[in-house]
Design a binder for this molecule. Sequence first.
Ligand code: ADP
Ligand code: MG
Length: 376
Amino acid sequence: MSFEELYGSAPEGTWAAPGRVNLIGEYTDFNDGFVMPLALPHTAVAQVSRRSDGVLRLYSADIEGGIVQLRTDELEPLTNTSWAAYPAGVVWALREAGHPVTGADIHLGSTVPTGAGLSSSAALEVVTALALNDLYELGLDCNQLALIAQRAENAFVGVPCGVMDQTASACCAEGHALHLDCRDHSIRQVPFDLAAQGLRLLVVDTRVKHALGDGAYAERRAGCEEGARILGVPALRDVPYEQLPDALAKLADPRVRGYVRHVVADNHRVARTVALLDAGDVRGVGPILTDGHASLRDDLLVSCEELDLVVASANAGGALGARMTGGGFGGSAIVLVEEVQAEAVSKAVTEAFAAAGHTAPRIFTATASAGARRLA
Ligand code: ADP
Ligand code: MG
């Protein structure tokens, strides 16, 4: 159903916000660390009109069930377990922050694959936040919109995510990766035009999600906090890479030691990646990706058979480097390849999955695309 068919008139405007893949810097965001996502060409699109009567009407073209109708002054955190909690949470977070949002009619649709670790949830939140920001003339910048969207997901939906996904969706720029400091939220756009270098970044959606992942995120977070506490720093971001051996010697629990080693080393991998990109050496990033994967697999223990198989088969098939991206236990991996090798590497991965008896993966090219924007 179109916006007009649902709500009886044309929308005041149309907005888009992308999903993302993270190039490097995994599980570092909640450690006040560094990440480097890029926006995908896949977007959530919202058509929106204001209302002044406190009514919020939500519709997703991708979900059965028609319009969800709520009241802006009756929104309660953690009470709605449907998809509608994401956009409703944004309205709640805006109102909590004192912004006078008095209702809206919203029509959503998205091309971001859901549950594939590509942040379809952040895309949905950010597109809602940007539309309301424009219509209600709230004057929030992309960082502020990201924080509103993160608050919606943390406090209203109840998912304890860091700030990376929403910042990527809100702030990324076409042809660039986003260097984000998750402590002060400062950002820098780093040129990442792979086509100009004869390169390609493949996203391999394994199409699996292991139940193990549900509690694992919270456990890793707690382990990292424990590590920071023992080391006497506010967050693991404050452990310099050069002091990693000393820090590890102070940690008795092998699990915590692995988590600390991963986080400190991955922050360092982000810094090395930025330096290589600034120097124009994109190919040099390949081995850093593969190192990062080994660290996620062996130290943070968040990979799985399918993700490991993508990395092993892609590298054996001639890729420059590969790693899982996002939370792990399934979801997606990224593979850096020479353009001329892209087809052969895709084939190698697909054949390895078939030989192992796994469902065929979905493979597409990630072009660094624009962040959230108004379309009409
Ligand atoms: P990810 O963000 O990695 O895709 P999440 O589990 O965080 O995975 O978010 C997926 C959820 O976001 C879906 O289960 C659904 O509730 C919501 N969602 C995403 N896209 C849409 C959409 N187009 N319409 C309605 N809900 C959506
Ligand atoms: Mg999500």
